[in-house]
Design a protein around this ligand. Structure first.
Ligand code: GUN
Length: 286
């Protein structure tokens, strides 16, 4: 069975939209999300466009700030500081990756943690790993929602995550662990990877290699979550990290690319933006 991220994302956004209508009545304005894109990478351009479109769909105020590749680190940090100081900005997202002359860690640390809708700030990451209240990073949060929606039991299951990035691999492993899965984190240098993946009840793949996971790596009846967004070298079409057609025959549930994790990441970004807005309003109205 294919799990549609598009459908679940739609339901989540409808819920956010209804809550936005309420907060506008209560606080006089909708949440405001600012997305910054540096440079002209086509993939990043398309992600940023999707985020702006979803923000408008749920009734947010949405601002996209485009900056040239030539922007200096200092100029970008100054821009972020101005947005931090702006009381009418509730969420700030800087699309990654950034050009090499800009230190991503510095950028992430500069975003005010109360406006960190990505959940990338070190203070937020620490809170996540210490099970304190935090903003759940969008893609990992979306993956857990997809598994829940598909009725996949997580508790007591063996989960294998391929990939160890700060954005997906590490935080999704932590969220699965917190739901009492037994988690193995594998990566491009894991020896005998099929041996590792073949025992996985839940297999999450975030490695960025087209059709990296073949049918022989999937345990019959597993839940397969494909986080990859790649171009198929043969057809030039969008494809995931999983050979979908072959693996769909073995998996009990599997996410497609496009239409799986991607829309869920954006829907969770909308939830996080509303959450940041509400946290701020509750503090101001205490
Ligand atoms: N690049 C790839 N995924 C993401 C994400 O979730 N947030 C940001 N800011 N950049 C990304």
């Amino acid at each position: 069975m294919t799990i549609s991220g598009t459908q679940l994302a739609k339901e989540i956004k409808e819920n956010v939209r209804e809550r936005v209508n309420e907060v506008v009545k209560k606080y006089g304005r909708p949440p405001h999300l600012v997305v910054i894109l540096v440079g002209e990478d086509p993939a990043s351009q398309s992600y940023v466009k999707g985020k702006g479109k979803d923000a408008e769909e749920v009734g947010f105020k949405s601002t996209t700030i485009l900056q040239p590749d030539s922007i200096s680190e200092e100029e970008l940090l100054d821009l972020i500081k101005r947005l931090n100081a702006d009381d009418e900005v509730d969420g700030i997202l800087v699309q990654l990756p950034l050009p090499k002359h800009i230190d991503e860690d510095k950028v992430i640390e500069t975003i005010d943690k109360s406006k960190d809708v990505d959940g990338f700030h070190p203070a937020n990451v620490a809170a996540l790993w210490q099970k304190r209240p935090c903003i759940y990073p969008c893609t990992p949060k979306g993956i857990i929602k997809l598994l829940d929606k598909a009725g996949v039991e997580i508790q007591g299951k063996k989960a294998v995550v391929i990939g160890r990035s700060n954005i997906v691999g590490l935080p999704v492993s932590k969220l699965l662990l917190d739901r009492n899965a037994t988690v193995t984190i594998a990566h491009s240098r894991t020896q005998n990877l099929p041996e590792v993946t073949n025992v996985a009840d839940i297999l999450v793949v975030a490695i960025g290699k087209p059709k990296f996971v073949t049918a022989g790596m999937v345990k019959p009846g597993a839940a397969v979550i494909d986080v990859g967004v790649n171009r198929d070298p043969e057809t030039g079409k969008l494809c995931g990290d999983v050979d979908f057609d072959a693996c769909a025959e073995k998996a009990a549930v599997i996410t497609p690319v496009p239409g799986g994790v991607g829309p869920m990441t954006r829907a969770c970004l909308m939830e996080n933006t509303l959450e940041c807005f509400l946290n701020k309003m509750h503090l101001q109205h205490q």
